[in-house]
Design a protein around this ligand. Sequence first.
Ligand code: SF4
Ligand code: SF4
Length: 364
Amino acid sequence: MQLNSLVKKSAANLKIDICQITDGNDLVEARKILEQRVKSEYWPQPLTNQNLDELTKPRLQLDNLNSIIVAAISYNNQGGNQYLSNYVTVLDYHNYLENKLEELVNNLKNKIDKDFNYKIFVDTAPFLEREVARKAGVGFIGKNTMLINPNFGSYLFLGEILTDLKIKKDQPLINTCANCKICLENCEGDALKKDYLLAADDCISYLTQKKSLLTEENIKKINNHLWGCDACQEKCPYNKNILTTNNKNLNFFNKNLSYFLNLKRKKIPAELEKTAIVWRGNRILLRNALIVAANLKKEQYFDLIIDKLDDNSPIIRYYAAYALAKINFKRAKKIIKKQLIKEKDQFYQKKITEILEQEAENEA
Ligand code: SF4
Ligand code: SF4
């Protein structure tokens, strides 16, 4: 059997949904786009690698790189959590996919009876993972910048095996978005500026990971998105009637807002430790939960939030005061004034005073 087919058969046996192969050449087309982007106002993009060589030269990652095996697994669990992006409701996909790729390497070594060099990446590649996947034919890049496969849609986790093995490469898909612009018209953060251009600073997914103080406009955009945002994917026609993952080994969790408002900052619950949601720490999760509660303005969370005024972090104390004021200012006024007297952090003292002034103005 040809090596290309052998790799794919082994991947299918391991329940890897998609497996395609490409070469290790430079990502020439993507480089041209990035060079233009660098000159624009949309650079640098936060939380992303800014080294153009690393982004576009997979060869920097492995000597004698000849082929890249790209694997994708679907995490389409049909959504179901109104606060969380689908991808963070999956437990431990990094380990899961990494183990699968290790297994794939071992199976290949046994089958071809030959040693070879390799390196595995799962969400850690310094190069443009989606572009490598596009080249390999895993999917095409949509106008929302996501990688889309016609059978599985865009809810895909990616992993790569870089190897010095020479394997026949696959061809990119010919699918496109054609005239569709649904994602641009429905972007909740006004972040999709034009086809294929996402301004990360405006994207809700980024805002829920941003550590510095958020503006009123940022907070409004976040709406009920406690972590991530799938709006531009949910509306995409390629995500309608797609295959749902039946992978029993991918565990999903579903938590409500009270669960996050109850988080203790010093202790990450065991079930969260295995998700991508904790990579920015517990404090940001609690901050986001307070923002969502403020946006939802639901009285049921009021008492739970009062407890957060005693948190060690002035940021959490500030957002707790903010949420209380937004939920019921009449009730919150006295509590926040008391809090102001106790507040030792001068910067947040000023910010809490601003809340009182602003809400009093709105009340008048
Ligand atoms: S994730 Fe949300 S804010 Fe970001 S581009 Fe998609 S719809 Fe817009
Ligand atoms: S919503 Fe339409 S334009 Fe956007 S990615 Fe999907 S197919 Fe492309």
